[in-house]
Design a protein around this ligand. Structure first.
Ligand code: HSE
Length: 437
């Protein structure tokens, strides 16, 4: 058998330690599948003596990750440090310049500097693999880049953040509060070091930026993404969704429209019978609408050590095999600038929940404002929490929930601003976009 592929790993957190373990456990299979053994020979991490449940004695320690990246004793460099700049960027850049193939799970680095790194990889004729950067163990990078090389994809959308899906699932099923669910996601190790990254939608946006580039052959551009997180979602929204035949998911959506490419991250009403609506807990899923074939949905674990390690090890195996594909599916110079479709022109249905003040004519005022902006209602429910059909009219504010037919973001925003000016609702209306199958 050919000589082993010697790997250096920088970053030995949950994922790094899982990669070392997985390579050990799968030693024989990996050697057979890759045509040569794979050996982790050197590592770099912040603390040398921490117990990681792996045998550190057989691994050479290199304190500086940038030194490890160019170490003559390694054939491939694995970056698991994280962060869009700093040591991660310096080490990956150094490795590529030294002609070493790189595997990284770093979505932040790729979303921000992916194009520059792809250019370096191309110039030095080495692989830059990042299957683990989006949707954990789901092989979505390979699917979009290689598996669908013969198709045109119109839309790719998915649940790309395990923390948010875990939280929404528990809020929906167990009526737990947002804060309780977040604490639990942190305890289980799903959330980012700064969980606002998860719940504000930025983690999803970084992953979507990578998937959109692979899907549409455009330059990675996180600035082109409209981002809204799940912090405003309440159990009242989840209950309303359930009653109306939907579930709420934080989706990343990239879709080709006649106005350009829409890239958006937001809580979304998805029909209960859709594949994506069945996805619960920390699980991720991506649906791809490609021409000539029925939609494809890939479902799998998206966060946690082993889920990420699975994708990292597959990327290392590709390097051992000598496989090298353009990182974003085509030569870097052929990636087009993204023509961003303005969010105001987004078209689709909407869920709106408002707290109407208790005075005659409120519902009529809301209906009038919607009509003025050419918005048709599919359903409207005005519901008091008290018993229905009582002899006495209940007092106080009443939730009004409505679903619109397809309209534009601009029209909905203008109509709701007018309703607020009319002072027939209290507080801000809740607005959630609907994504059809
Ligand atoms: N915080 C991320 C998530 C980890 O919850 O999906 C995986 O990227």
């Amino acid at each position: 058998m050919a000589s082993p592929l010697k790997v250096g790993i920088a970053g030995l957190g949950t994922v790094g330690a899982s990669v070392v373990r997985l390579i050990d456990e799968q030693r024989q299979q990996l050697a057979l599948r890759s045509g040569r053994p794979i050996e982790v020979v050197a590592v770099s991490a912040r603390s040398r003596n921490k117990d990681r449940g792996i045998d550190m004695k057989r691994l050479r320690w290199v304190a500086d990750p940038v030194k490890l990246a160019t170490d003559p004793g390694i054939d491939a460099f694995v970056e698991l440090i994280g962060g869009e700049g700093g040591a991660a960027r310096a080490a990956v850049t150094a490795a590529l310049k030294a002609g070493k193939p790189v595997v990284t799970a770093n979505k932040a680095l790729l979303a921000r500097h992916g194009i520059e790194l792809a250019e370096l990889a191309e110039k030095h004729g080495v692989a830059l693999n990042f299957e683990a950067a989006a949707a954990g163990a789901i092989p979505i990078v390979k699917t979009l880049r290689e598996g669908l090389a013969g198709n045109s994809v119109q839309r790719v959308y998915g649940i790309l953040n395990g923390t948010c899906n875990y939280m929404l699932t528990r809020m929906e099923r167990e009526k737990l509060s947002f804060d309780e669910c977040l604490k639990e996601a942190q305890r289980l190790g799903y959330a980012e070091a700064d969980p606002s990254f998860d719940i504000e939608g930025h983690d999803t946006a970084q992953k979507l930026a990578i998937l959109a580039s692979l899907t549409f052959g455009t330059r990675v551009d996180p600035e082109a993404i409209y981002v809204e997180g799940i912090t405003s979602i309440t159990t009242a929204d989840l209950e309303a969704a359930d009653q109306l035949g939907y579930r709420i998911k934080l989706l990343g959506v990239a879709v080709k429209t006649d106005k350009g490419i829409e890239q958006r991250v937001h809580p979304t009403f998805v029909p209960k019978d859709s594949a994506i609506a069945q996805v619960m807990g920390v699980t991720n899923a991506v649906t791809i609408d490609a021409d000539g074939i029925a939609p494809i949905t890939l479902v799998g674990p998206g966060a946690g050590g082993m889920a990420t390690a699975s994708a990292v090890v597959a990327d290392i195996a590709d390097i051992a095999r000598g496989v090298r594909v353009a990182p974003f599916g085509r030569p870097q110079a052929k990636l087009a600038a993204t023509k961003k479709a303005p969010m105001q022109r987004h078209e689709g249905g909407y869920y709106i929940r408002m707290i109407a003040v208790d005075k005659p004519g409120t519902a009529a005022t809301i209906a009038k404002r919607l009509a003025q902006h050419n918005i048709s209602m599919e359903s409207i429910v005005q519901r008091h929490s008290g018993p229905l059909g009582g002899a006495e009219k209940p007092q106080g504010p009443v939730p009004v929930i409505l679903i619109t037919y397809a309209t534009t973001e601009d029209a909905v925003r203008k109509a709701l601003a007018a309703v607020q000016r009319d002072k027939v609702i209290s507080g801000r209306p809740q607005l959630i976009r609907i994504e059809k199958n």
